[in-house]
Design a protein around this ligand. Sequence first.
Ligand code: TMP
Length: 212
Amino acid sequence: MRGKFISLEGGEGSGKTTAIHFIRQWLDDHKIPYIMTREPGGTPLAEEIRQLVLTPRDESVNDVTELLLVFAARAQHLAEKIQPALDKGTWVISDRFLDSSYVYQGKARGGDIAMLDQLANWVVGDNKPDATLVLDVPVELGQERVVQRQHQDRLDKESFAFHQKVRDGFLERAEADPKRVKIVDASQSLESVKSQIEEQLAKLNEAWAGDC
Ligand code: TMP
């Protein structure tokens, strides 16, 4: 049976690293074969593209350039890593995927959504995530965590208003597709975040078991 594809999304400083740790624990406990990956990136070439996208630079980065780079990385990632794993029945957990493009390049940068839809159909096709967990935190809290980081990337350095649009964008994605996109309140205690994630994974696993 084809593996399940779960993406993890959220704004800067939403606690994805900790969430990934909880997800790993749950998958290990349930003896589910999986790979963890991330976007932009996930393969050597896609990781090189990640550097192009995220490195702070003096030259201003054109919005279309940024959009095409994230989709170029995604095409490589899908072909070389995600599809082969799913075909083998392995679950794929990706730290970010397509929703980030709609939110960052679409909502926050004001990109053309019809163009994003076309790229999504062309590059991703039917390989959309089966489920998406969005870690939601108020922008103030996310920003507090980001300023403590030693290295801030080009997108971390965007304005408060940009990050507010990112948060709103993810909440809108969840509202538009509540069956797939689940919100985790990541402003709560670690125990609460852990149990929210475990609860979502258990529900998904139960629903998918019923699909067989
Ligand atoms: P992160 O892995 O630390 O969250 O950094 C990845 C950054 O890349 C984050 O700021 C969001 C951004 N990004 C996009 O702008 N578009 C995309 O499609 C993806 C996958 C990520």
